[in-house]
Design a protein around this ligand. Structure first.
Ligand code: HEM
Length: 454
């Protein structure tokens, strides 16, 4: 990290000579603008400086690249010029080290090839069957009586998706340690955007390091037994997987992949479900339309084969992912100079592209702030669209490996929720978003939950 900071100082000087940009406030630069008003800030700079500019954020000089062309260049990365490892390392390297998203080029391809087997159709079909009882169990705990005021949606979905991930990926249910493990994932993610990036006791960074230790102990203690006694879950597959030369993942690699996957699998889906819940509360006619679609299935729990018929949930999910993509910024670091439009970005430069900003650009999304699931209806003219204007799952070699899993999981959950509950928010409620980690409802999203009579 120190080396990256030194490299950054040097690259910063070079950048300031070649690209437009702004230093911002002393010490914090534009960190606060970027954390609290990412869209307004990026679009203001874009209109002033064009689609590529530098800013001082998180104590370093970063180049922000705005818009679908920039997304394509960075994410597709045909020239192997953008390192994932050295981009994400700054935020989560200490806490999710050697997770697949933090590997580069040939090594990444090798690990991804092994992991891919766990996301094939056959495996996904099994997962849906295993999810349904977990969802049912969670929903039963949501509301004792007819209704519940101030029901905090965020922690309940977080608990549910973590339970699903442990069932499907680890092949076991967590006992009393569930809360501590959940908190450990939260602390690791929160540490990623800490402004003070040293282990000061009580600080975010310190908590993140302690949480990482806890997760390592938790998964390491299970590897030996899993190698000896494998099941059909992802954890077992990673333990057994080998390449054509008979090489296997080390115990440490298995643990690193599991920690990353468990985080990736439950955090992003939770935030998507929260966004859907919010928009469906603000637009009750959409909530009712989706409920009727689920009622028409005439099944309390959807099977894999039913999910294609839940087209309303799919449209709402896509629109929620547009308005509130859980991975709002995607970082990289250049490993060679990059020519883009008429500018050169030097080697060793920290670069960010932003799904969040792209999804709010009026040029590509008319009435961008408006919730309109019909944008993803049957009449969408794909030819009019830039392939990189909608990037909630990224793109290129690192495109989300769990995207189909996420879609299946979200549909399976929403189907059961819609059949069991109705929910409301006060008319003038606006969900406050906390951008200091993955964008999440700052107030936990309190709703009035009403149990439906079945
Ligand atoms: C709505 C839910 C999800 C969203 C929005 C999402 C978003 C993303 C994005 C944007 C990336 C690319 C990051 C980059 O290019 O640096 C990514 C990568 C990844 N995601 Fe997801 N994700 C979701 C759900 C999941 C789930 C459910 C899983 C696992 C089951 C998962 C596993 C991964 C993994 C392993 C990677 C790294 C892939 C690689 O580097 O090759 N994600 N995700």
């Amino acid at each position: 990290m120190i080396l990256d900071l030194i490299a950054d100082q040097r690259a910063g000087q070079r950048l300031k000579n070649t690209l437009p940009g702004e230093k911002g406030l002393p010490l914090v630069g534009h960190s606060l603008d970027f954390l609290y008003r990412p869209v307004e800030t990026a679009l203001r700079f874009e209109s002033k400086h064009g689609p590529v500019f530098w800013l001082s954020i998180f104590g370093m000089t970063a180049v922000v690249m705005v818009g679908p062309d920039a997304n394509k260049r960075v994410l597709l990365d045909r020239e192997k010029a953008f390192s994932n490892a050295r981009g994400w390392d700054f935020f989560i390297g200490q806490f999710f080290k050697r997770g697949i998203m933090l590997l580069d080029f040939d090594e990444h391809r090798f690990h991804r090839g092994i992991m891919q087997a766990a996301f094939k159709k056959q495996a996904l079909m099994q997962y849906v069957g295993r999810m349904n009882p977990v969802i049912q169990g969670s929903l039963n705990t949501w509301c004792d009586g007819r209704s519940r005021k101030n029901f905090a949606v965020l922690p309940h979905f977080k608990q549910m998706t973590l339970n699903i991930a442990t069932e499907v990926f680890m092949g076991e249910r967590l006992g009393p340690e569930a809360d501590a493990i959940n908190q450990a994932f939260v602390d690791c993610v929160l540490a990623g955007t800490a402004l003070i990036r040293y282990p000061v006791p009580g600080g975010r960074w310190h908590k993140g390091l302690k949480a990482r230790n806890k997760l390592e102990q938790f998964f390491s203690s299970r590897v030996v037994e899993r190698r000896r006694n494998p099941g059909s879950d992802l954890f077992s597959q990673l333990c057994l997987a080998q390449d054509e030369n008979g090489r296997r993942f080390s115990d440490a690699d298995v643990v690193n992949h599991m920690i990353f996957l468990m985080m990736a699998a439950h955090d992003t889906s939770t935030l998507t479900l929260c966004a859907m819940f919010y928009y469906l509360a603000k637009h009750p006619h959409w909530q009712q339309t989706l409920r009727e679609e689920s009622l028409a299935l005439n099944k309390p729990a959807a099977d894999y084969a039913d999910l294609d018929r839940l087209t309303g949930i799919e449209k709402v999910m896509k629109e929620a992912l547009r308005l509130m993509p859980p991975v709002h910024g995607i970082p990289r670091r250049t490993v060679k100079p990059v020519q883009f439009n008429d500018v050169t970005i030097p080697e060793d430069t920290f670069v960010i592209v932003s799904p969040f900003v792209t999804h709010h650009m009026e040029k590509y999304w008319p009435n961008a702030q408006q919730f309109d699931p019909e944008r993803f209806g049957n009449t969408v003219d794909k030819a009019q669209q830039h392939p990189y204007q909608y990037v909630p799952f990224g793109g290129g070699a690192h495109k989300c490996i769990g995207l189909h899993f996420a879609e299946l999981q979200i549909k399976t959950i929403m189907h059961q929720v819609l059949l069991n509950y109705r929910w409301q928010v006060p008319r003038h409620y606006h969900m406050p978003i906390n951008f200091t980690t993955l964008p999440n409802p700052a107030d936990g999203l309190p709703v009035k939950l009403i149990r439906l009579q079945n």
